[in-house]
Design a protein around this ligand. Sequence first.
Ligand code: GLN
Length: 348
Amino acid sequence: MLQVNTSRRDLARGLAALGLTAAVSPALAREAAAGNLSPAAIDAAVKAAYEKYRGLNEGKNADYIPALAKVPSTYFGIALVTPQGKVSAIGDTEPTFSIQSISKVFTMALVLQESGEQKIVDSVGVDATGQVFNSIVAVEQHKGKEMNPFVNPGAIATTGNVKGSSPDEVWRKILAIHSDFAGRPLEVNQEVYKSESDTNQRNRAIGMLMSAYERFSSDPAVATDLYTRQCSIAVNAKDLGTMAATLANGGKNPVTGKQVIDPRHIPGVLAVMATAGLYDDSGVWLFHTGLPAKSGVGGGLIAVSPGKFGIGTFSPPLDAAGNSVRGQRAITDISNALGGNPYTELPA
Ligand code: GLN
């Protein structure tokens, strides 16, 4: 928690450094600094960011998966969920879209839960590659090692490491953990699944290569297909907010009350989100927000302030690095307004 008995002047300086003045009133900012967030303060911060960025017209939908280019670029929704289960949602928080790379977080969680930390460290790695998410050079550099579960080679290997005696059994587990994080039964967007399956030759090559380097032992064609399916799971911004809040709440879904994964696995998941969640821009993002986060090319973005809140946003236009433009701006403002950056914590 930020220091409560700090002087007004120190507080004002700190808040200014966090960029708070633009989005929220001084009264709300004081409340945030005291770590004392009322539902009204949360709603005000979410609304302010929505109003500020709804007209922003930068970026472009992903189109290398043809179905993604057809999603209306105007969609914009934000949902913040607290560990107490309070949901603050605004804009297009009901329409569903494909989760894409954000699914990598939850399949990683599944493998951690089933097989433990060492499995991920040994088979995939937990290092940022410094390369684009579907880089083959990154695979070659260390012969399939020293990657992470959020770049495509590491993600396909992670999916390939889910235990199961048949592809169906593995799929049921992947869909179940996503549904448990979201707190409702999720389904695949079949149009996106077909569109990506028809155009994923590069991912199939990556899956083969990771198999050749013995990063997983299941059939690489099956692993790539299951990976493609998990990327096509349909979610809305509220689902993403709840999924992020489950991570913020030690693995317990704050809306359903279900403990989805053991709390001991959360720091590892958040660490990889912090170092590799926003592709090549992960460092820039972390510098400005301090928040573990994960983006998807469908326009979704999640961010986690441990113990404080999870946020999910949906806005399809992406920047050059492949991250939702409005999502990044909105989350940055909201987190700043609510004191979400864990690196600003001072002793109580
Ligand atoms: N399914 C997408 C792919 O493999 C996911 C990429 C992403 O969201 N970054 O290319």
